[in-house]
Write a protein that binds this ligand. Structure first.
Ligand code: NAP
Length: 519
């Protein structure tokens, strides 16, 4: 019931290459859904083809706009990995079903996946992990049924990295109140819509007090708002979440967390219910949603017709719900569960887990055929989950205004300057150098290496590297102005090689910076 349009990344025109006969189009419903389909790299084309075949067999009218992204695009010299034509298609359709995209590791281009998520501000990455029939795990029978909601834009994935000195690298972790509020509100709304009872916030706020601390504070504010819905809200430190996932995963319902934490614990969650072959996901923004498997391009299996397509099929079920094809979503999901429950069509990853005969494991296409054959059937022993909204969702509204006048009202002061320098000097000698640069208006609070104070001497045997951060604060009785910071930095640059300088602000009377370790 679907029609195909191919959008080629290296051409500036859209070629409407329809692969279906003219009479077919005449029979098409007048307004099919439009979805951008990205086959992706490695095993991507196989799993996307599987999901598309099943959706077509389920009778959903979709006009697919086939578009490029990933390795081939990088090879053509487009360093974004997401060509203009693909972006245009997504702007038109607002819905994407995609295969995994290969990312160059280490040096080189940025991840095309992350680019896609950021370009379209899909701030909530939703990754369900539910016990599946016919998929034996250590936790079978415990009723694991959770959703990890991962913040998808910020954190270390802001991708802001610098070499502070040769051999000293730094990655900035960016957390904002607005970004946190959007994803945390999404998590509470999801709990409300699905009738779930608990939202767990997972952070490392005990260590990262300003960044993860902000995420935790926003969670606590929103928890008060949702308390009237009788949704339990708890905060756990992320390492304990990992521990609890391994020990008693059924206690979790919805877990909302920052980007890197979410990346890691959602893979862990998928491991609890059978592995990456079963892990689906949706990236939701206010305007665009992108559906993809959690797994990557698994290059060693590419083109072999052996990969488990369940993850992408279940991601396409999320997509069908998103485009208001709830009945078709239920039908496809039931067919997948029926196929798994039957235990007769077992892909190689599952065969390895169950110790069954890998030689006779089902191919990707045979599994797809089996799901299609099961459309219309329901699993005998797996209850359907109520995933449709249980009531009207209120329009998302910010808890607090982010308008310029709010920020204009904040009282600001200057406490000093943090300066990062590259130096061969020993800690004492470098400290003395900064003392001589401080002048009358500053005093040296400390010099640290890798976050640990090395000057004034602490008596600890801290190892040092070539990068140091000195904190110079206002000497007693001094009220600092911008000109003091500029003048200090000028003096530093005459004698030392500096790579970063950060003004120390006081916002509404509170220091907007943390102490150093050992301070
Ligand atoms: P991966 O592609 O997810 O594969 C890791 C392993 O997971 C595979 O070797 C295989 O395990 C198992 N696996 C993955 N998908 C499976 C499936 N559908 N069925 C059964 N088993 C499956 O991770 P990777 O090797 O680290 O990454 C490869 C490339 O993908 C990288 O370039 C990475 O950047 C990219 N990537 C893309 C995305 C995305 O597009 N969203 C996400 C993650 C990674 P066994 O070896 O045990 O069989």
């Amino acid at each position: 019931m679907s029609r195909r349009v191919i959008v080629r990344g290296h051409s500036s025109t859209h070629t409407g290459l329809c692969q279906w006969p003219a009479e077919y189009h005449a029979a098409m419903p007048s307004s099919p859904h439009r979805v951008t389909a990205i086959a992706g790299d490695g095993v991507g084309p196989e799993v996307v083809a599987s999901a598309v075949r099943i959706i077509e067999a389920a009778g959903v009218a979709i006009e697919w706009e086939w578009a490029d992204a990933g390795a081939e695009v990088f090879r053509r010299g487009d360093s974004s990995g997401v060509p203009r034509e693909t972006r245009d298609s997504i702007e038109r359709t607002r819905v994407v079903l995609k295969g995994p995209l290969e990312t160059p590791v280490g040096l080189g281009e940025k991840s095309a996946n992350v680019t896609l998520r950021k370009l379209f501000e899909t701030y909530a990455n939703v990754r369900p992990a539910r016990e599946l029939p016919g998929v034996p795990t250590r936790y079978a029978g415990e009723g694991v049924d959770m959703i990890v909601v991962r913040e998808n834009i910020e954190d270390l994935y802001a991708g802001i990295e610098h070499m502070l000195a040769p051999d000293v690298a730094q990655c900035l972790k960016v957390i904002t109140r607005k970004g946190s509020e959007k994803v945390i509100r999404y998590a509470f709304e999801l709990a409300r819509r699905e009738g779930r009872r608990k939202v767990t916030c997972a952070t490392k706020a005990n260590i990262m007090k300003l960044t993860d601390g902000l995420f935790k504070r926003v969670f606590e504010e929103l928890a008060e708002e949702y308390a009237v819905e009788a949704i339990e809200a708890e905060h756990l430190i992320i390492d304990n979440v990992a521990h609890q996932f391994a020990k008693a995963p059924a206690q979790f319902d919805i877990v909302v967390t920052t980007n890197l934490n979410g990346d890691i614990i959602s893979d862990l969650a998928s491991g609890l219910v059978g592995g990456l072959g079963f892990a689906s996901s949706g990236n939701y923004g206010d305007d665009v949603a992108i559906f993809e498997a959690v797994h990557g391009s698994a290059p060693k299996y590419a083109g072999k017709d052996v990969i488990n397509p369940t993850a992408l099929i279940l991601s396409s079920v999320m997509m069908l719900r998103h485009i208001d094809e709830a009945a078709a979503a239920d039908t496809v999901e039931a067919a997948v569960l029926t196929t798994l429950e039957s235990g007769t069509v077992v892909t190689a990853d599952l065969a390895r887990q169950t110790g069954s005969d890998i030689e006779h494991a089902a191919s990707t296409s045979a599994f797809t055929d089996a799901v299609i054959a099961n459309l219309g059937r329901s699993p005998a022993a797996t209850p359907a989950r109520a995933v449709r909204p249980t009531g009207p969702a209120p329009a998302p509204h910010p808890r607090r205004s982010y308008a310029p006048e709010v920020y204009a009202g904040i009282e600001r002061g200057l406490a000093g300057l943090d300066v990062v320098v590259e130096s061969d000097l020993a800690a004492d000698a470098l400290g003395a150098e900064f003392e001589s640069l401080a002048g009358e208006r500053f005093r040296v609070e400390f010099v640290e290496a890798r976050g640990t104070v090395v000057y004034p001497a602490t008596g600890l045997a801290s190892d040092t590297v070539r990068a140091f951060r000195a904190r110079l604060v206002a000497s007693d009785g001094t009220v600092l102005g911008e000109e003091d910071l500029v003048s200090l930095l000028g003096r530093v640059s005459e004698r030392l090689r500096w790579s970063e300088a950060i003004r120390l602000q006081v916002l509404d009377g509170e220091p907007a910076y943390t102490k150093a370790q050992g301070q």
